[in-house]
Design a protein. Structure first.
Lengths: 319, 352, 382
């Protein structure tokens, strides 16, 4: 065979490919450095006002839940019955204990709002982490191995999906006397992993057919290498999207359960519990109900907005 | 810029169809897209025209702007991110870009139809093909359901689908790739348009089926005296059916020629390189010539001639001056009808 | 082009290593007669015998029962010689990609054997299989999906060394990856970039570098250039030819583009509906085809030359390829063949040198699975 010469391809990163006439610039102008898909997503996120607003709010809430002492010197449990029913907010005393008034037992509502963040955020983040891990593992096993394993796990998912989330949580939590944050997290995670499992299973089934997975198999890669180096990193984007959007829902669920009296115990400081107690004073002191409710709404909204922004960045096709 | 078709003078607006008068004329069309990395200039001043009964092949690689031009003609560009900053698309002398959406809609489908590469995704999977074919008549011509079905069967016969009567109720997935492409052609033909734009109509098909479909398309075109714009990257398919060819590169037409001329004597280094880089079927070739480098990034098209970084003959002028489409002549100055080359050194390229 | 390898056994015999010497006298005589050049290159490196792959069609959700089978590959035999390129052509659904998957051990064969250096690799597992994988590598069709988008180029190529650590010591790997990038014509400084920062042609070069990393002997190429732009195809083809010479590779080149297959291949096999219709050297197949399917296929290829086009005969086949789940009896091509007779529906034609060409010194004397094989030149203008 005659010797062929091969021209070396010049340094021309970023050229364009078009599929069926739609122009896709698949590489940027002269990217001097490596640009991973994650860094591309981050590049998009930083320019999204939705993301910036929600991120600021979330950081604020996180700081509040980690170091509530930074925001108020009052304790949420100090009850001064002398202030009982003196509970009108004092809007000019910014950040003072009486800023938002007092509740029926004479406790500073401001302090309770600040300290209540911890319960909500812990439950929200805790449940999300738990369902993500649980759901991803189950979904990945079902999707990758297929066959009987898949049939079994998918039916199990369907069964759990058939349980109404709040009703199920109500029943489960009712059987616990001492409902700590961890009990609530476990109960919600126990019922909530199905959505992530389904998303993970779907993603894994698509990805395991990709040529790069086939290529890894052809090289003789082990199952764990294929799962953790090739499939998981590519399945992560849709999972993260679903998880961030679900986070808001778990915070709302915790508040709802606390409101119904089966969430955190009566001694815990939580927005849901305060909403429940505030309901009794709706006529005389509506702010005892409204203020914690607004906090729940703001938190849930921030996480939903955050999830939306993340989805737009990670999966532009969904837009 | 020069207009490709020598006969393409300013067309009259009365829509009369004189011999050789262009049915469709694209003038100095520009299309750009906003992307994450800047503005991608997909089409940069394209001129071409098609007359009734004529086949124009638009040849180019991915990113050459050949499909985007067609989408602009059909009015199916995604805008935004797409934008048409400049240009005219004259259909029977009327500029479609300045028409109202309603007027445009009437032309689309009725007068100009399009055939896509992927027939399966262009057909609705939950409706029978008979229903989808009949829909054209029900919606555009207000036919009754029964008449529309009869028309659908007639069309399926026309595109040579065996047992049309029995298969009229079948769904797209029940047909093979070649048959689906025939159904696409039938849909395009339904309202007897004046012009058909076929975007890679046989690329997804096997060679033995490709030949059947191209033959059918050519036959129907003759029968209805339609204009046909055939968009493709396949130099072989073009050689079979086209009358004239426009070669596109980086959003511009770099060469135009009647089909035989182009293959015999290319007048642009890009066309020449393409022809030399295809292995032959009828003899074992020696070295395969390869055009060096890569097609340009549309957000950063090279200055001067866009092909200059890959061109073996590039001089300084190629890096600074954009070559216009020069009319190509014989060595002695004799006229070569319909030939043009956007190369500063077209004389050297064609006459060696 | 040098004629390759002598046929020293009939394809339908069930061979094993020790029987390779068994000679079907008539076949050998004919085959030898067809060859006028001495054997230049070595022994067969890969021998495929009666390879079968049926994909079961099942019904039911929980309890699946088989209701039929897609006969993707239905008894294929061929040899791949050291240092040659064997092209496999055929239309979609003919089973050529399944052959690639079977050779790569990505699918389990329903029946048949694949001998690599005398060992049946379909029976191997564990470490022995891993060792074989090192020597048989693959280049994929779609450069956009065959590279993990979340790994850098360095990681994609370097992963081969993580899986087969004996090939390159740890400290040496980065340099080896950069060498490979250089070999395939990419800038070694691109090692930390991600696949989406490259164009299709460049990505295919990365895929080739990955295939080369373990110094394999055989590379199975499944439509390696069909997703690339015309002007880039030639670059990649030239690169593959250069690498073949440099590293003494054997290629199994699967493609539907007959012109490219002719250019790169020493021998060519034509597949139709899971069977080999015809196999021979490139001259035998392209200039002296004897199977009607090969003739139809060649005549249908659009040639970028209107002049030669007009002088050529065109055979336009009617109908489509039948479903591999329910192939025609006898000869599978008979439903679209203009020569079909009753015999074709009843008897499966075997892949062998046709009776009438046996012992005749003509390029038409090569293996063709047709009862009525006759020579017909369809690619040259009359």
């Amino acid at each position: 065979m005659p010797d062929k010469t091969v021209e070396k391809v010049e340094a021309l990163p970023g050229d364009t490919a078009s599929t069926a006439g739609v122009i896709v610039t698949d590489a940027g102008p002269a990217p001097e450095k490596a640009r991973s898909l994650w860094s591309d997503a981050w590049h998009d996120l930083r320019r999204n006002p939705l993301f910036l607003i929600s991120a600021v709010l979330i950081v604020f809430l996180l700081v509040m839940s980690l170091w509530p002492g930074l925001f108020t010197s009052a304790s949420p449990r100090d009850a001064d019955l002398a202030k009982h029913y003196l509970g009108k907010p004092n809007w000019s005393h910014f950040f003072a204990p009486d800023w938002l008034g007092y509740d029926v037992q004479g406790r500073s509502i401001y302090a309770r709002v600040v300290y209540g963040a911890r319960a909500s955020i812990t439950v929200g983040v805790g449940v999300t982490v738990a369902v993500t891990v649980l759901g991803t593992v189950i979904g990945m096993i079902a999707g990758y191995f297929g066959g009987w394993t898949d049939t079994l796990l998918s039916r199990l998912t369907d069964i759990f999906l058939g349980i109404p989330f709040l009703l199920g949580a109500l029943v489960v939590l009712n059987s616990f006397d001492d409902r700590t944050v961890w009990v609530v997290i476990m109960a919600l995670a126990f019922l909530g992993w199905t959505q992530i499992a389904r998303v993970a299973r779907g993603a894994v089934i698509t990805i395991k057919q990709a040529d790069y997975v086939v290529a890894a198999k052809a090289l003789g890669a082990s199952t764990s290498r294929i799962l953790f180096r090739h499939i998981l990193p590519n399945a992560l984007a849709p999972i993260i999207v679903v998880a961030t959007i679900a986070l808001g829902g778990y915070i709302a669920a915790e508040a709802t359960l606390s409101f119904l009296g089966v969430g955190l115990g009566d001694t815990a400081v939580s927005w849901g519990g305060d909403v429940a107690r505030g309901r009794e004073q709706l006529r005389i002191a509506p702010h005892t109900l409204i203020i914690p409710s607004v906090m729940v709404s703001i938190t849930v909204l921030s996480f939903l907005m955050f999830g939306d922004a993340v989805r737009n960045a990670l999966d532009p096709k969904l837009r | 810029m020069t207009i490709i078709d020598e006969t393409a003078e300013s067309p009259s607006a009365d829509g009369s169809q004189g011999a050789g008068r262009p049915l469709l004329e694209v003038r100095d069309l520009h299309v750009e897209f906003r992307t994450r990395d800047g503005v991608a200039k997909a089409v940069n001043g394209v001129n071409y025209s098609v007359a009734a009964g004529e086949t124009l092949a638009v040849l180019g690689e991915s990113g050459s702007g050949k499909s985007v031009t067609a989408q602009a003609i059909m009015g199916i560009l995604d805008m935004p991110p797409g934008r048409i900053p400049k240009g005219e698309i004259l259909f029977r002398g009327q500029d479609m870009l300045t028409m109202s959406a309603e007027e445009r809609r009437k032309i689309r489908g009725n007068k100009i139809a399009m055939i896509f590469q992927d027939a399966l995704s262009s057909l609705n999977p939950v409706l029978s093909v008979g229903y989808q074919l009949g829909e054209m008549f029900r919606v555009h011509q207000g036919m009754s359901k029964k008449d529309a079905k009869a028309k659908a069967i007639e069309l399926m016969d026309r595109v040579k689908i065996p047992a049309a009567k029995e298969r009229v109720g079948d769904y797209p997935h029940q047909f093979s790739g070649g048959m689906r492409q025939r159904i696409m052609i039938a849909m395009a033909l339904a309202l007897e348009p004046d012009l058909i734009i076929a975007d890679e109509p046989t690329t997804a098909l096997d060679v033995t089926v490709q030949a059947q479909v191209m033959d059918l398309l050519a036959e129907l075109q003759r029968e209805y005296n339609m204009g046909l714009i055939l968009i493709t990257h396949d130099l072989g398919v073009v050689a079979d059916v086209a009358d004239k060819i426009a070669v596109m590169y980086a959003g511009r037409i770099v060469e135009t020629a009647p089909v035989h001329e182009l293959y015999k004597r290319p007048a642009h280094p890009y066309t020449k390189g393409l022809l030399e880089s295809i292995p032959r079927l009828d003899q074992k070739g020696q070295d395969l010539y390869a055009i060096k480098g890569l097609p340009p990034n549309l957000t950063r098209i090279p200055s001067g001639c866009a092909f200059n970084p890959r061109c073996p003959q590039a001089q300084d002028i190629c890096r600074t001056d954009i070559p216009p489409l020069h009319p190509v002549t014989e060595r002695d100055g004799g006229e070569l009808t319909g030939r043009g080359s956007a190369c500063h050194f077209w004389k050297e390229t064609i006459h060696g | 082009m040098a004629e390759l390898g002598k046929k020293d056994e009939s394809m339908d015999a069930t061979p094993n290593v020790t029987e390779v010497e068994t000679v079907d006298a008539a076949t050998e005589e004919a085959a030898v007669a067809a060859l006028d050049a001495p054997v230049e290159r070595g022994e067969p490196i890969l021998q495929v015998r009666n390879l079968v792959k049926h994909f079961p069609l099942t019904q039911g959700i929980l309890f699946k029962r088989q209701v039929g089978a897609v006969k993707a590959v239905d008894g294929i035999s061929f040899d791949l010689y050291q240092g040659e390129t064997l092209g496999i052509v055929g239309e979609s659904g003919c089973g050529k990609s399944t052959v690639a998957k079977l050779l790569m051990m990505l699918e389990k064969a329903t029946a048949g054997e694949i001998f690599y250096k005398g060992q049946d690799i379909t029976k191997l597992s564990g470490r022995a299989l891993k060792a074989v994988r090192r020597n048989i590598q693959m280049v994929f069709q779609d450069p956009y999906t065959s590279l993990n988008p979340r790994m850098t180029v360095g990681d994609i190529i370097g992963e081969t060394f993580e899986i087969h650590p004996e090939v390159a010591p740890k400290g040496d790997r980065r340099r080896k990856v950069q060498d490979l990038l250089d070999v395939v014509g990419l800038n070694p400084e691109y090692i930390n970039r991600y696949p989406h920062q490259f164009s299709g042609g460049q990505r295919q070069r990365i895929g080739i570098a990955r295939g080369l990393a373990l110094n394999p002997e055989i590379i199975v190429c499944d439509e390696p250039v069909s997703a690339l732009d015309v002007s880039v195809q030639a670059q990649v083809i030239n690169l593959m030819e250069k690498l073949q010479n440099e590293f003494n590779l054997s290629y199994l080149f699967i493609a539907h583009d007959l012109s490219i297959v002719r250019h790169i291949s020493d021998r060519v096999g034509v597949m139709y509906l899971g069977k080999m219709a015809e196999i021979g050297t490139d001259t035998e197949i392209y200039d002296h085809p004897t199977h009607p399917y090969t003739q139809a296929l060649l005549s249908a290829v659009p040639v970028p030359d209107p002049e030669s086009r007009e002088g050529r005969e065109r055979i336009i086949l009617t109908g489509d390829v039948p479903s591999p789940a329910n192939p025609p009896s006898g000869c599978r091509f008979r439903t679209r063949c203009w020569k079909a007779e009753d015999k074709c529906a009843q008897e499966v034609p075997l892949l062998a040198v046709p009776e009438r060409f046996k012992g005749v010194d003509t390029p038409a004397a090569h293996e063709s699975a047709c009862h009525f094989a006759e020579e017909k030149d369809v690619v040259h203008a009359a």
